[in-house]
Design a protein around this ligand. Structure first.
Ligand code: COA
Length: 535
């Protein structure tokens, strides 16, 4: 059996120093998640509870089968942005089990700016819908939203991919037989009212859920009509008079119980298309990964040692181990799911790119999902690389990766730079999900290289114009560039902007990937059609 043998000492000073540094990162991650999970400001949370409403995360918990995992996507969206007033983008998304059926749950947090939509909220909503659409997951939307956050207009209103797309996606998913169900938990205005109106089936909570295109204040301003919220858009009215909603619930818990009943009757559940083996833990503790990631991010990580702590039984059947060895390719299992792994071990050469393209085509033939473990400074540069066709070999890797229709996942485990980021299934290449470990750094190039390039350009202009650039000013400029690139590359920046789906503690990686694979395996396989390759 091709078991990876670990060569490192877990008692060496280097290992222990790395472990201590990484543990601090992990503590930070869990602390920040805890803060975000609280939701909006204390005052808004108190008001919400005083109104006898369940907190959004309690609603989700009650909706899901007891004790089942909730696979949250985008928990850290908005972190450190908008004065930190937008925890989770004001909107919680993730996949949960309802009566044993995997469903996408999309829920407004009304304690965050009245559940209104910032650009990031809309982006997150659309991202969750695209995941649901791809995996044919019923969408259950827990609505309590003031609609568009008006000052955010440019980021939510005019373009594709914004709030209008939310409605479009609902309609088109329903047309494809992907159920759309909503609960109106609280006041839901304009966009917040269209969402449940565009659902297949909607539940509303009596004397708490309101839905109207214009609120009573707006109605009075527009037409002079004076009307209370209950008569304009309350549950009784919508269930008995307008017919806009279908089920009248007495409170949040009752609405959730009705929705669980609706989901129970959605017909046959999709079957798993793969044979999943019994999960076997790796031969070495995944927590030892903490000691493997060098605290100095410029020192490369040992990818075999990391893989040995991630895959079932540490068993990797490597493909072409003696060729293009800066890209490890191999078959393994994660929690019993077979997967084809591409993991960097240095810069990408022509041979590594060719090997990667070949391996991807094998996985597509065999319907084996792909896992990209990214830790790469980019493709090799220089005369020899160019003359031996690095551009066309790199293009083959990128083309194979882009066209592959098997499920694809990316975990950034180290530095992930430039075209390397793209080739290792960066966001633009539509991995089913992309995660960063807390140490991950992703950017066009490293801070030192960026400072060198930009200072070089500026120096050229000084020289051309016959001016002198004082050394201290030049150093100040370079430091500013370094700081900018450093901040940009940070995993939290990627999570906050939804350029990744989450930051994972390395020890969570196996379980999270298995949950995604379990969802992907319940969809029909798609046929891959490769493009023209340049040979
Ligand atoms: N645009 C911008 N900000 C909004 C907003 C919107 N559509 N809806 C709510 N907010 C903000 C409020 O200004 C407030 O901000 P603050 O915390 O900085 O003071 C925060 O969200 C909470 O609003 P508040 O009214 O105190 O909360 P609530 O729970 O009592 O009521 C709503 C929530 C949504 C019912 C109420 O805010 C409302 O009716 N909003 C306007 C809805 C609307 O007309 N939308 C039209 C969109 S096209």
């Amino acid at each position: 059996m091709p078991i990876i043998q670990s060569q490192i000492s877990t008692t060496s000073n280097e290992f222990l120093a790395n472990k201590e540094a990484f543990q601090k990162r992990v503590e930070e991650l869990h602390r920040r998640r805890g803060e975000v999970k609280l939701g909006g400001p204390a005052k808004a949370r108190e008001l919400h509870k005083k109104r006898n409403q369940m907190m959004v995360r309690d609603r989700i918990k009650a909706l899901c089968d007891p004790g089942s995992p909730f696979l949250e996507l985008g928990m850290l969206v908005g972190l450190d942005l908008h004065n930190n007033e937008l925890p989770s983008g004001g909107f919680i998304t993730g996949v949960g089990l309802i009566h044993g059926r995997r469903c996408m749950i999309l829920a407004h947090d009304a304690t965050v700016k009245g559940g209104s939509y910032y650009a990031l909220t809309a982006k997150k909503h659309v991202r969750a819908q695209m995941y649901a659409w791809k995996h044919r997951l019923p969408c259950i939307t827990l609505v309590q939203s003031g609609g568009a956050n008006l000052p955010e207009q440019p980021g939510i209103f005019p373009d594709d991919g914004q709030m209008g797309s939310i409605f479009y996606n609902q309609i088109m998913m329903s047309a494809e037989g992907i159920p759309q169900i909503a609960i109106v938990h609280g006041p839901s205005t304009a966009g917040g009212a269209y969402m449940p109106a565009l659902c297949d089936e909607a539940v509303i909570v009596r004397e708490q859920g309101y839905m109207y295109l214009g609120s009573p204040t707006l109605v009075e301003a527009a037409t002079g009509e004076i009307i209370d919220a209950e008569s304009l858009g309350g549950g009784e009215m919508h269930c008995k008079v307008s017919g806009v909603t279908d089920h009248l619930a007495e409170n949040d818990s009752h609405a959730i119980a009705i929705t669980r009943d609706i989901v129970e009757r959605l017909g046959n559940k999709p079957d798993m298309r793969w044979q999943v083996a019994e999960a076997v833990p790796p031969r070495h503790d995944p927590a030892e990964i903490y000691g493997l990631i060098n605290h100095d991010h410029r020192i490369p990580n040992d990818t075999h040692e990391i893989l040995c702590r991630l895959i079932d039984d540490s068993n990797l059947q490597e493909f072409k181990p003696h060729y293009g060895d800066t890209l490890i390719c191999g078959f393994a299992r994660i929690m019993g799911f077979e997967i084809g792994i591409l993991a960097n071990k240095g810069v990408l050469f022509g041979e590594s790119a060719l090997k990667g393209a070949h391996f991807i085509s094998l996985c597509c033939q065999r319907d084996i999902p792909l896992l990209f473990m990214a830790d790469v400074s980019g493709f090799m540069v220089g005369r020899e690389a160019e003359q031996t066709g690095i551009a066309k070999h790199g293009a083959k890797l990128i083309s194979a990766m882009a066209a592959a229709k098997v499920p694809k996942y990316t975990v950034v485990i180290g530095g992930d730079y430039g075209a390397g980021y793209l080739a290792m299934c960066g966001r633009a290449f539509k991995p089913d999900a992309l995660f960063n470990w807390p140490n991950a750094r992703t950017a066009l190039m490293g801070p030192d290289q960026a400072a060198m390039v930009l200072a070089g350009v500026r120096q050229g202009i000084y020289d051309r114009e016959g001016n002198t650039w004082p050394e201290d000013e030049k150093e100040k400029y370079k430091q500013m560039v370094r700081d900018d690139f450093d901040a940009f590359a940070n995993a939290y920046n990627f999570a906050a902007n939804l350029w990744s789906d989450d930051i994972l503690d390395p020890v969570e990686t196996r379980e999270v990937l298995a949950l995604h694979l379990d969802i992907a395996g319940r969809c029909p396989a798609e046929e891959t059609r490769f493009p023209v390759f340049r040979f």
